[in-house]
Design a binder for this molecule. Sequence first.
Ligand SMILES: Cc1cc2nc3c(=O)[nH]c(=O)nc-3n(C[C@H](O)[C@H](O)[C@H](O)COP(=O)(O)OP(=O)(O)OC[C@H]3O[C@@H](n4cnc5c(N)ncnc54)[C@H](O)[C@@H]3O)c2cc1C
Length: 474
Amino acid sequence: MVVGDVTTGTDVLIIGAGPGGYVAAIRAGQLDLDVTLVEKDAYGGTCLNHGCIPSKALISATDVAHDASEAEAMGIHADPAVDLSAMVGWKDEIVDQLTSGVEKLCKANGVNLVEGRAEFAGENTVRVAHSGDGQGSESIDFEHAIVATGSRPIEVPNFEFDGEHVISSRDALALDTVPESLVVVGAGYIGMELSTVFAKLGTDVTIVEMLDSALPAYEDDVARVVKSRAEELGIDFHFGEAASEWEESGDGITVRTENEDGDVSEFGAEKALVAVGREPVTDTLNLDAVGLEPGEGGFLDTDDRARTDIEHVFAVGDVAGEPMLAHKGMKEGEVAAEVIAGEPAALDYQSVPAAVFTDPEIGTVGMTEAEAKEAGFSPVVGEMPMQASGRALTLGETEGFVRVVADDDAGFILGAQIVAPEASEMIAEFGLAIEMGATLEDIAATIHTHPTLGEAVMEAVENARGKAIHTLNR
Ligand SMILES: Cc1cc2nc3c(=O)[nH]c(=O)nc-3n(C[C@H](O)[C@H](O)[C@H](O)COP(=O)(O)OP(=O)(O)OC[C@H]3O[C@@H](n4cnc5c(N)ncnc54)[C@H](O)[C@@H]3O)c2cc1C
């Protein structure tokens, strides 16, 4: 008998051990289901290995160096030397700690781990090609499957990633020397976060963006604060420019772009970092065999229980659609496992927060003012500029604001947009408020620690009620 003939069985078969897949596996294990998790590459997926965690590690590390070098007003005169290779080594240790933690947690919850690449071979069967030499393959029969294969970076035509001249976000997070210059294609959140890192390391960064603004997914005044800070850091923006081709020149490359009128511009740099978005990984799964067809954009359509069109197949995380964020995938993973275990779980997307770890950070949740109007509310809006925050002054970071959007009648919190230091942390208070159905009055009545950035949340709420103390009311 060859290894490929071995067939095993499981209640729940999960493909992909990123945040969607590993959370589903742990929760399924907690619910006493017999669960098998197949991963072809590394536990923790994009998030732990090449995304959220590595990028935030490098952002924090570069902030330490950059903040020290800019702290003369605080009486600090420092000229820190950065060893990028050591910094990346430190980041890798964090990644190792977290990925081995995921593996241990899966095992401790009874999850059967299989290393290899899975594809469907029938309605209730996957075939797994094992990684490593001569490991062969196996078939696994399942009662339920959860697809959690995540996403990959989109390639721009003529800009295939070669890891040297044209790099992806994954390559950028593993560089061991600081590039002298970088053309970044795309001013979405990944392009903006990485541009900020390299600008702070001293790289000469040029961003070319096809659209006419940075961070187009965010409101103009939110994006404007981050863009002007990026310009202060020396980042050079070129909007309305689509990257069309590149060629080697000297020690680096020349990137050509084209605008709407067909005019061509050229930008020279050591490398090009292409960060124009991500696409779901559904094409390598032989979905036909299980009777599934991807929907628009290659995503798998799911209902509010993370179930696809096929009763016994679920999909979670990036593969199940926007927003492609780790915490959204984790929640879907929990729900898929609970539904399979027969629990009355369902997804509620009313308050999915999003954060951008630029300088300053962005944190958003729920509706913008425009979205609230579109949804039929007559919203009331309150704002607190960070310039009026005592804590922001003591941090030397006063750019940005906290904005709250609430229902004018009952005062229910509908959404919030924060652009400020620690916005990624502050937004959680508004997420909880939306989830609990809290009102402006509830937040206003909550005593916030002084002096903290969180007081700006309370002040924005008081501003919406016309009762702000530390700013003039609207
Ligand atoms: C640079 C960067 C920064 C980011 N920052 C943030 C952030 O700050 N916050 C945030 O919320 N999100 C962030 N994200 C997005 C986040 O990484 C993703 O939303 C998240 O990883 C999606 O989780 P997932 O489980 O759906 O897929 P993934 O994490 O992509 O995991 C999918 C897994 O499936 C495996 N796989 C695929 N096909 C197969 C197969 N056929 N057989 C077996 N295994 C397979 C892959 O190897 C992978 O390990 C960032 C992404 C990037 C690239």
